[in-house]
Design a binder for this molecule. Structure first.
Ligand code: PLP
Length: 390
């Protein structure tokens, strides 16, 4: 629509597509008998203790705005947690900002640090919000291909090759959505060296940091000389089964947090108060819950991975997050068509890999954060579908 030949909307926003995941999320609603492996969220309900803490906070009348940075008790808890987990010490007064999920933290980090035309290196494929987030902040995304043969790790030599005089930052999202790839210690050290050598900023989205299986997640921020040039992003959605609460956080040098806080302050003021109380409880008592859920994801991961390979859709063993990323090219269908037909014919939702970048083409993402029964039923249907079209 236009008024006097002018569009009502912003050109930059118009150019970015809506999320390729959301489309599949909306597909299932109201379709009886459908099974969604489409959306990346835990099937577990938020553990009771966390829910009770939020209810208690409301009953006690904690119904007002909090500090723009987040409740001090929560920031203190985040500081302790980050030190225990990653050996990183952040000042709760100036270096931590509680955000509306990691989604807001990513957006704020990009907007607070990028200038027009700055290039940001990202792994291809990677999380759907990175490219639009960079574009909206005036930056230029520079995808660096990752490869199945290397378990979709981002290799330091490939990062180095992508550097130009305009490169400003590297945005890392590992463990990776959609591939389940995890970086090795050597990858992390190598990328840190590239960042230091070329004086780059690093945004490290570690939302899946606790969801690793038979391996260790290493934070690039803990590498020598990296804390000063990094924005560490983490949250509660995945590890604590708290997607609907919308709590995440950013830890960074005070000068970066201060700029991020200004945008956050003007856009949203603060994270909903009750949700912050639930997050405090998650950090206080949630460790056994995290371990229980990770053990269950691990069982499901093995099942789904074996099932895909068993039906001739090769998938590398995912070591992190909660996704399998099988290669579907042997079916002769493109990933968009595969996903569309699978839904139409068998009512199973998966996300086409191309929604996550060019290198995702020929794959689909299937989330195993759902019950074993549903995984089995979905895999039976996918197997039937694959046999039929071959
Ligand atoms: N980062 C990655 C890599 C994700 O996969 C997601 C959600 O799927 C997010 C960030 C957003 O998480 P939140 O719920 O904390 O906003």
């Amino acid at each position: 629509m236009t008024i006097a030949n002018r569009s009502l909307t912003n050109e930059r926003v118009r150019k970015i597509p809506a999320s390729g995941i959301r489309r599949f999320f909306d597909m299932v609603s109201g379709v009886e008998g459908s099974i969604s492996l489409g959306v990346g969220e835990p099937d577990f309900v938020t553990p009771d203790r966390f829910r009770q803490a939020a209810i208690r906070s409301i009953d006690e009348g904690h119904t007002h705005y909090t500090s723009n940075y987040g409740i001090r008790e929560l920031r203190d808890a985040i500081a302790r947690h980050t030190e225990r987990l990653r050996g990183l010490r952040y000042d709760a007064a100036t270096e931590i900002l509680v955000t509306v999920g990691v989604s807001e933290a990513v957006d704020l980090a990009l907007r607070a640090t990028l200038n027009e035309g700055d290039e940001v290196i990202i792994a291809d494929p990677s999380y759907v919000a990175y490219v639009p987030g960079i574009v909206l902040a005036g930056g230029v995304p520079v995808p660096v291909a990752t490869d199945e043969a290397n378990e979709f790790r981002l290799l330091p030599r490939d990062v180095e090759r992508a550097i130009t005089p305009r490169t400003r930052a590297i945005l890392l999202g590992f463990p990776n959505n959609p591939t389940g790839g995890v970086l090795t210690a050597a990858d992390v050290a190598g990328i840190a060296t590239v960042a230091r050598d070329h004086d780059l900023l690093v945004y490290s989205d570690e939302i899946y940091d606790r969801l690793v299986y038979g391996t260790e997640h290493r934070s690039i921020v803990a590498e020598p000389g990296m804390k000063e040039r990094s924005v560490y992003l983490a949250g509660f959605s995945k590890s604590y089964a708290m997607t609907g609460w919308r709590v995440g956080y950013a830890c960074a040098p005070a000068e970066v947090i201060e700029q991020m806080m200004k945008i956050h302050q003007y856009a949203v003021m603060c994270v909903p108060t009750a949700a912050q109380y639930a997050a405090i409880e998650a950090l206080r008592s949630g460790e056994p819950e995290v371990q229980r859920m990770v053990a269950e994801y691990d069982r499901r991961r093995k099942r789904m991975w074996e099932r895909f390979n068993g039906m001739g859709l090769p998938a590398f063993e995912p070591r992190g997050a909660f996704y399998c990323f099988p290669n579907i090219t042997s079916t002769g269908l493109g990933d968009e068509e595969f996903a569309a037909r699978l839904f139409r014919e068998e009512k199973v939702v998966v996300v086409p890999g191309s929604a996550f970048g060019e290198r995702g083409t020929g794959h689909v993402r299937a989330c195993y954060a759902t019950s074993m029964e549903r995984i089995d039923e979905a895999c039976d249907r996918i197997e039937r579908f694959v046999k039929r079209i071959r």
